[in-house]
Design a protein around this ligand. Structure first.
Ligand SMILES: [Fe+2]
Length: 326
């Protein structure tokens, strides 16, 4: 497969699922909030049942355009089928246009809604192969400590066989690749280079019920996605950043030397035990001169506030239902 990412003319992101709902905060020109997008999709009056639901997880519908060619990728599918169906129907999301799914890493809050997403894509009229890009390290049993210290098991994600049975085409690899006419780059494993980003302390995994838990703080199955907008630079998508969001930025700079980082979005995982690295992370963002920092999902309010204090109007927290033109 090719890794020769080619520039596109524009990118639009629809935030299908995020932890946060916020249709009130002002947005940069061109961005549209959830209620505007619901209204465009046919919502005639505001009501509780008409709104999207926020849910712990992430799903972004990314549309890239070059000349007359358009390609659409679903980056993660949120935590549960219900959230995909509920928000997609309200937002009138064009699932039939989605040609590929990338799963960022093997956690429920990004993978739980993949069955519903595949069904909606097929019901929407997509008859292509529908590749689902996966990493071989995603499928072990996993658990992590709650804030009380108790270990909580994580619901397994769909297996490649289950995805095949549903009519999708799993592509399981740890190698980087460019897809959809080289408009989208899916990274390989992300090198850990910073001294302070230690992954997800306490996260464990095992192969089967009868084997003991092994430490797995690094979650090496996590990858990032990038699109390169001509004349602007990279849009970097990092869903949960267990690799460390600064490690992700270093990887993007290594993978695309000399290309500016126009925008960065996803979950930066700076909550809970990672609140101790907020200061280092915010300081290290400076060297990447990121045009737009769009934190969501697992970033946490303390890190979002710290980023806003440091980088001002370049920081725009994402929320469910938001459309972002880049
Ligand atoms: Fe996550």
């Amino acid at each position: 497969m090719s890794t020769a990412l080619q520039p596109v003319d524009s990118v639009e992101i629809l935030v299908l699922i995020d932890n946060k709902t916020d249709a009130l905060s002002s947005l940069p020109e061109g961005f549209t909030d959830e209620w505007v997008n619901l209204h465009k999709a046919g919502m005639e009056q505001i009501s509780g049942a008409g709104q999207c639901c926020a849910n712990h997880g992430l799903a972004l519908i990314i549309t890239a355009q070059r000349g007359g060619t358009k390609h659409v990728m679903l980056f993660d599918a949120g935590p549960v089928d219900f959230a995909v169906e509920y928000n997609a129907s309200r937002l009138g999301a064009s699932f039939g246009e989605i040609e590929a799914i990338t799963l960022s890493h093997g956690h429920w809050d990004h993978a739980g809604g993949i069955p519903a997403a595949i069904d909606l894509i097929r019901q929407g009229g997509q008859t292509g192969d529908l590749p689902v890009y996966l990493h071989p390290g995603m499928f072990r049993k996993r658990a992590f400590p709650l804030s009380t210290g108790e270990l909580i098991e994580i619901r397994e994600i769909a297996t490649p066989d289950e995805l095949s049975a549903q009519g999708a085409m799993p592509v399981v690899t740890d190698q980087p690749l460019s897809v959809l006419d080289d408009m989208f780059y899916i990274s390989g494993e992300i090198p850990r280079v910073t001294s302070y980003e230690a992954g997800f302390p306490g996260h464990v995994q095992r192969n089967a019920e009868d084997t003991g838990w092994e430490d797995d703080p690094l979650l090496m199955d996590e990858r990032y996605v990038a699109v390169n907008i001509a004349g602007k630079g990279l849009v970097v998508f990092s869903a949960c950043s267990h690799a460390g969001i600064v490690n992700v930025l270093h990887a993007a700079r290594r993978d695309f030397p000399g290309v500016p980082i126009h925008a960065l979005t996803g979950g930066f995982h700076l909550a809970g035990g990672n609140e101790r690295i907020i200061e280092d992370t915010v300081a290290d963002f400076e060297q990447f001169n990121i045009g737009l920092i769009l934190p969501g999902h697992c970033t946490g309010w303390r890190a979002t506030n710290a980023l806003e204090r440091a980088y001002g109007e370049r920081v725009v927290p994402i929320a469910v239902g938001m459309k972002i033109p880049l």
